[in-house]
Design a protein around this ligand. Sequence first.
Ligand code: HEC
Length: 111
Amino acid sequence: MRKWKTHVATALMATAVTSPALAQSVVTDPGRGREIAESLCSTCHIVDASRGNIAKSDISSFYSIANKPDQSQERLAGAIIFPHPAMPKVSFTNSELRDVIAYIMSLRTAK
Ligand code: HEC
C-alpha cells in the first residue's frame, strides 16, 4: 500500500514538473484569481471586495455576484464558461478558471 502511494506521489510530481500549466491545477489560488480578475474582468465588474454596486452601467460587482442567494462554484463556472453577450471571449485554463471562481467565492459573506 505504502509503496503504491509513493508511486502516485512521484507520478504527480513528475506531471507538475513536466507540464507547468498543470502545476497549480490541484490547489486553488484566490490571489492569482484576483490578479486574473483585475486584468480581464475589471473593465466591467468591480472586482475588489467593495460592497458598492456602482460599476459600469448596471453590471454586478463581484461582491454582489458572490453574495447572490444560492451562489455556488458550479453556477459561477457556468456563467463564466458560457459567457454572456457583452463579455469578451476569454479563454482560461482550468486552473485559471478555478482560481477566479475561488477568488469570487472568497468575497462571499452570505451563508
Ligand atoms: C465587457 C464587459 C464584461 C467583462 C469584461 C466581464 N463581464 Fe461578467 N458580466 C458582464 C455583464 C453585462 C453581465 C450580466 C449582468 C450582470 O450580471 O450584472 C455579467 C455577468 C457575469 C456573471 C454572472 C453573475 C451571476 O451570478 O448571474 C459572472 C459570474 C461574471 N460576469 C463573471 C465575469 C468574469 C470572471 C470576468 C473576467 C474573466 C467577467 N465577468 C468579465 C459584463 C462583463
